[in-house]
Write a protein that binds this ligand. Sequence first.
Ligand code: ADP
Length: 393
Amino acid sequence: MQAILTINAGSSTIKFAVFSVVGNELIKEYVGLIDQILKKPTIQITNCSTQEKRKHDLATSEQDPYGSAISAILNWLKQQSIELIAAGNRMIHCGTRFKDSTIVYDDTLNYLETLNPLAPLHQPYNIKGCRILRETFPDLFQVICFDTSFHTTCDKITQLFAIPQKYAKEGIHRYGFHGLSYEYVVSQFDKYLGDRANGKIIVMHLGNGCTMCAVNKQRSIATSIGFSALDGLVMGTRCGSIDAGALLYLMKNKNMGYEELTKLLYRESGLLGVSGISADMRDLLASDSPDAKLAIDLYVHHIVHWIGALSMELKGLDGLVFTAGIGENAAYIREKVCEQAAWLGIKIDHEKNKCRTLEISAKDSRIGVYVIPTDEEITIAKHTLELWKKSRA
Ligand code: ADP
């Protein structure tokens, strides 16, 4: 079978999927996850048609854990009766040089590497995945799909910082992330949102990284996140919006330099920093510590703050959509968010919220509330197939 491989390489996990290509159709055949790459790596592969799961420990080399993790995927692929025609990689940041998905050429990765400081938990690992694939299969048609592309429809005014314009011209402005996830979720609106499908909708991608997107007529018009992967909501280990003056203060009065601040803001803040317990929402929800409660309260507070801001960008609100690990699974967080935003006309059905049916709003809610599971892999596979077909036309 002809197939497309998608790779989403992060700092501690590599997610991958294999799609068979039947004409214009993509059928998900396998999904895989390599977890805890730097600690105790495991690989899990699920056969999507039989739902059979195989999980085992993975021996990786100490010198090059990522290289050997990706090699494990490629070795497994070689044992399947698959003719790999193309691979698609997730890339968080496009910078100023790209807008839409692109074929990988020699200088593509060198340029994207200059953006590493803007998303240190993602970009270097996304690039690493791409490089290893290129070394292993130099003739394979390879594509990069950006998390930023979906947001290029945002109005310029929502992207500017109030600093001298020469910096904006150099690319220091807001881009927006999680676009591959938003593109998929929005593609499901016609199926699930009924009359609201072309309306004013706020989508919340709440995973380890957390962002929100204001969608009007199925296009992104504003987002909570910006130039780097730090801005906006409280995340697992990232701080979200912070007064730039606080950073200047830390630099001056605590002698913090670039490396230390990067570590503080990207790895030691967010849910982990406030709770002092964990970056994992499950741990915090199970904890009775007041600091876990504080971290959750702050997390919800930021979401509600951004619902207000994005409703203004939309000049109205017809629906709220929750997605990703927390959005799809944490009924308590959905309940708290909706409770605090009730004045907008949001009312959830508590039984439906517990069961995670797709529409969880109460019958008399003015605003529809939905849970739509995301699928970034299918978006990557679609773009990869499009470019592969174009290249052969
Ligand atoms: P990533 O951004 O790495 O793709 P995910 O979308 O998988 O992340 O989301 C990870 C987050 O989802 C973690 O904070 C995890 O605690 C949370 N999560 C997963 N399952 C549940 C659950 N059943 N209840 C609450 N939170 C959950």
